[in-house]
Design a protein around this ligand. Sequence first.
Ligand SMILES: *Cc1c(COP(=O)(O)O)cnc(C)c1O
Length: 463
Amino acid sequence: MDQVVEPELLADAAQRAQRYLRGVTARRVSPDIEAVERLAELGGPLPDRATADEEVLRLLDEVGSPATMASAGGRYFGLVIGGALPVTVAANWLATAWDQNAAMRLTSPVAAQLEDIALEWLKQLFELPGSTGGAFVTGASMASFTALAAARQAILARVGWDADARGLFGAPPIRVVVGDEVHVTVLKALTLLGFGRDTLIRVPVDGQGRMQADALPALDDRTIVCIQAGNVNTGAFDPAEMICRQASAAGAWVHVDGAFGMWAACAPRRAHLTAGVPLADSWATDAHKWLNTPYDCGIALVREPEHLRRAMTASAAYLQASDQREASQLNPELSRRARAVEVWAAIRSLGRDGIADLVERTCSHASKLAERLSAAGFAVLNDVVINQVLVAGESDEATDRMIAEIQRDGTCWCGGTTWQGRRAMRVSVSSWATTDEDMEMSFDAMMRLGRAAGAVGRSPSLA
Ligand SMILES: *Cc1c(COP(=O)(O)O)cnc(C)c1O
């Protein structure tokens, strides 16, 4: 017998989602104040009685949809967000209907198989060693936590300390080296793992935020070096090749935060930036950023997955052991959604060429925008090597006024940052959906609002 589902409910959801996505290009990027205020209508007293399913969905769409950030469209340039490829949205709907628990092969053969396949494809895309294993987690934050747990395990095991049995208090010290521009989520992962913030050895960076390899301290086999592929502000890459060679000679562990930058390896014209990255011991990346899968999906990758397994294994009589890859033995979590589904769908649909095109296209939008803004009198503070642009006006105050005006105006959305002492607007072009027209509209808005904010004068060519 068919399961009883309101026959129209899922079709209604699909229709509402389609209407939402059709409208996302025309609407303002941030929701207006009234839409956000209306969200209160979703609350009220705890309902005592049932509400019809279609009514619940109607309420969610009518009140919820207008209060979204239109990051599924082509003119959201905040953080490093990306959109969601249509095939990944559709695959996500189907997989949600499956309602699989991706904990074990036993709880979901299909989730386990898709993780195996997606991992294999990711290793090829990033040119990682064949031995590499990994885990699908919520994002790059959790991926760094997971990979660094493996690093900690590996080093303590090497010195004969069983941290599982004896804990960390009293354990032989591990040195951790980071760049001055280390991402805040790597610091968080390190502190969750018991590495105190003040004990980290910080390496100075250059004007793009790259670690200065000649300023590395002496490394040894009790050291973890955290480098990044893709600085969140400039998009710059630490000199992975030099650092990995030094680390490898000394027996140190190198972890790469490549939340979005890892994907540069997929585009022939950008791949030189990731030279040496495959020489590391572990990597953290995201699918929900540059691969454009729906939230949430990050991936932890470890050259010798045995260290990951030792760090993450939990055994109990009711958890059946097997000799195949078991996610529950490699992940911090037991129950999880099957997030490899969308990674598989994205790679299956785009192929190597399509991923290269997605990366190259977004990079080229970013570099064209940078050229035009710079020609119009703005200061571009970074070398635009991938998809990130840092734009500054004539003063910090004017830059901040411009950012506020752009966010209020709604044509596009950009956030702010402070780059080496100077306020800047961050433009991150990460979405498959961004078109030339989106970039044109956004440039026009930046010029109009930049001038109004006094961030840029009237250059002769535009007067
Ligand atoms: C986004 C980002 C992270 C964190 O990733 P989440 O997916 O948000 O957990 C870490 N490092 C860099 C460089 C990032 O851009």
